[in-house]
Write a protein of this length. Sequence first.
Lengths: 435, 393, 292
Amino acid sequence: METTLNKKTRSALSVAAIALFLVLVYFGDIMISPGSSWKMLITVIEKGSIYALVAASMNLLNGFTGLFSLGQAGFMLIGAYTYAIFTIPAASHDAVYQYFDGGIIKWSLVEVLEGSLGVFGHYLGMLLPMLGAGLIVAAIAFLIGIPVLRLKSDYLAIATLGFAEILRAFFQWNTLGPVTNGSNVLRKYTTYGNAIFPVLIGGICIAIILLLINSTYGRAFRAIRDDEIAAEAMGINLFKHKELSFVISSFFAGIGGALLAMFQTTINATPFNTVMTYEILLIVVIGGIGSITGSVIGAFLFTAASEWWLRGLDAGKWLGISASFMRPGFRKVVFAILIMLIVLFYSRGIMGDKEFSWERFIDWWKNLPANLKSWPERRKAKASARREARNAKAAAKARAKEAKSSNEARMASGEALFTPLPVSDTVMVFDKEGK
Amino acid sequence: MKKILVLALSLMLAMLALAGCGGGGDSGSGGGDTVKIGVFEPASGDNGAGGKQETLGIEYANKMTPTVTIGDKEYNVELVKVDNESDNSKAVTAAQNLVSQNVSIVLGSYGSGVSIAAADVFADAGMPAIGVTCTNPQVTADCEQYFRICFLDPFQGTVLANYASDSGCKKAYCLSKLGDDYSVGLVNYFVEAFKANGGEVVEEQFPDKNSDFTSYVANAKNKGCDVFFAPVSTEAAALIIDQAEAQDLGMPILAGDTWDSNVITEAAKGKSVDITVTTFYQEGGNPEFDEGIKAWMEEDSTAMTNNGGNTDLAAVTAMGYDAYYVALEAMKAAGSTDPADILAALPSLKVSGLVCGDVSFNETGDANKTEAFVKKCNTETGAWEFVKTQSAE
Amino acid sequence: MLHTWLPYILAGIAVGGQYALIAIGYTMVYGILRLINFAHGDVFMWSGLIMVYLITVLPLWVSVILVIIFAIVLGTTIEKVAYRPLRSAPRMSIMISAIGVSYLLQNFALYITGGLTKTYPEIGFLQKTVKIGSATTKMVTVITPVLTIVLVFLLVMLIKHTKIGMAMRAVSRDFETSSLMGIDINRVITVTFVIGCGLAAIGSVLYFSNYTGINPMSGAMPGLKAFVAAVFGGIGSVPGAVVGAFVIGICENLIKGAGWTTFSDAFTFVLLIVILMVKPTGLFGEKNIDKV
């Protein structure tokens, strides 16, 4: 019944699917006119792949290493700023840094490299600051990690959240204005031309994360998540591995931040707040803590729902239903309720802790008709099982009640409820200390 | 129970997916007898109150003039509204959403930051946009698609600084919000002009979500300032006024166009504070418009709520009203509902008969406006009183 | 010297007292459930919001009582619906649930208010202007610390000298053993939430009388700061939370007074990180040993 594919077929299928997707995105972005509502699909794919990368990096930390960190938005902030600062064209500096005499960095890496290397230089000029963004974030994470990673779960969460808030204030500090433009937005920096760019970069980064998870390091991370003390006993250097996971996760968060900067075309430190971190965390939860595939699916669903599908709930007309209670803000309420339902009743998320595999997909597809057909019966079986469980519970309760009342009656009549054990050598006295 | 829930959830998601696709089918066709105007305004967040008042003006104008004749054909005007949540990161997708609904022109936004953030989306789509009350120069600079019908911060900052100097102030306390382009920009221009007039300044910034202004008011007092300049959002403004009263600030408060709102008059009513603002419109400037929109708000309870629960008119509402007519005139001049044609017609457009004065654009796409109204809050009646019109000299 | 700094210190003490009332909820819930109740700040915000709506139809004292009842009902409902089913789940799940509840409460408030800031009703005597030395301030500034100290004293008495207080101490010491000893864990947890939310509601009356604007996000920052205060004082310790709250309130205002306004919020988090590095158990916290 279960399908097995050899490695070659699996890779062939994956490559084909990815290539098809990339081609669709590339031509989709070119062909779809801006006025068409399908354009939203492209926007969702762009933002979705950026969020997928960030969610995957958060999952690496939270889901695979068991470190509950809430600093993601702070790291994205550094990444976004690093990228933007080094790619603002020289001609736009005066306009962008209008209150800071054009800033202190007067050149753009993209222009410098484009001048000497042509088109290749243009892309190199975009990739280098992006890589730089990741590296700077990783370096900062390394420093933050030294004190913070010694903390226990919730303290770690609140400390990383605190660091993110401090970073935000720091980036808006007027004294740093010539570099960060203070409170004002950074804009005019080089962005990508086609939606394929974030999809490709995001995809490559996620692939690297997947490789890492399947390596010895990944297994060590999971060992730490499952039981720190056991992992340490097995010779895993706890601090070293936690720091490694933290740094790598932050590196990808930094790249995600750089991509987000390109997507938004302008950036400002204010939106990189706790709400953004919470959103990413919720994506991880929706997808399934401990599943990278889940994070990717979660990111696309989350973005599509919040930016596209549910917009009608705010405008008063959705799926042909119009009602006066659908006013601005209703979308977010519905969204929050959906998330709460997932957290409470479906806490494993979409994928649980499993990754996508072609075998499972094919089996699922093959069994779909049968599953659909047998669904009413299975439901009936479930219902009857539930009814039985309910009856059994009620019966047990009744028995307990009866026993209690009969005990009380016996006690009232002066009868001993149990016969004391004869004192003998065979009765052992357990000491709490186990002496 | 669990499984049913999961099922319901997945069904809902499937329906959503269908809705997304279904929506794609019909709105893509566009045209017909309707022309769509996009309203890019915040309905929530820091600038929610102001955004709603601005939208109100647009809605009222749409109610008064629901059709437009372009060429020989009469079109119904449909407003497509999105909420940019006063958030630069949400503004991009909100703008994209407008563009994808095939609108012909976009109006907005209240708050400069979101407009700057969305400018590139409009530029990429070749979508003409008319800024209503976004006063930061960066909105239209380097963006050929963005026009605006209000004055700019360099102008407004100078006006305010001149007003302060003329009233004999020597040391100004300037408060702006971290990460807010509007207040930071306006303070910057104020400081420049005020220093040029020989004044001294103390600049401070408060962080996002701050609601404790006690220390800022105390700072202004301790540093011996004689005017308190705080061109911040109305949310913060109400709190500042409250603290100014509690601590007996003892100096006039000066602010920009955002403060021209009934939120301020209500907060200041019955308190011993002295508030002066510069703005776009003075109630009474066009009695017909004033009466009409008030009558409409009396009738329409939603409109009344969006205006903050009473019928006091904000300047941004009048500006929204004007913006709608500028958009209609632009479409008439272009003789087409195609964004590209409208864009071509905008630079040479001249519109008169508006409530806040005639509109024509200069080469960067900004309105040629040289005067601002100075108003003072009467704390006994809780209404704005006209002081004078002031130019930058 | 004092003349210049008095207004800041007064403001700091007032806001510190208000943080303290919120922080108690955090510290007690954490002490018993080992859960950072992220939704606590939003319960605080909602108490303020409900007051705005209630006061339009009811007299002041009825509204205040109803607000406290509302906060208690909201808090205990959250516990029953969102935390109790996950009690045996991993710690991370229950924390995520708390974040989800916070997100829901904020968004629901956003929907109800339409994203606009509501003005808190004037409570006559609280908002009266008083003069203390060279500083002018609101009456609430004077009342807050006094009321806070009285309430905390009562709470400490309750924890030390009543049966339920003993049960609370037992549960916070060892969750499982105390349940084996016949303590009704659920009851103890409910009482904890009742006390925490009730105090948060009182805190909201004081806080919003001083800073009169309420929007969906107004609970977030005070909530975070109150939590930091609880960590600073040693989580699980009520007097510690109160001391922490006063320290944070006063420092925050002094920093603003010194001209470092950009970093007034960031300072709280610097303090948090420093205390976590130097003494992770906080000022009055007890050392916790992890068992294998």
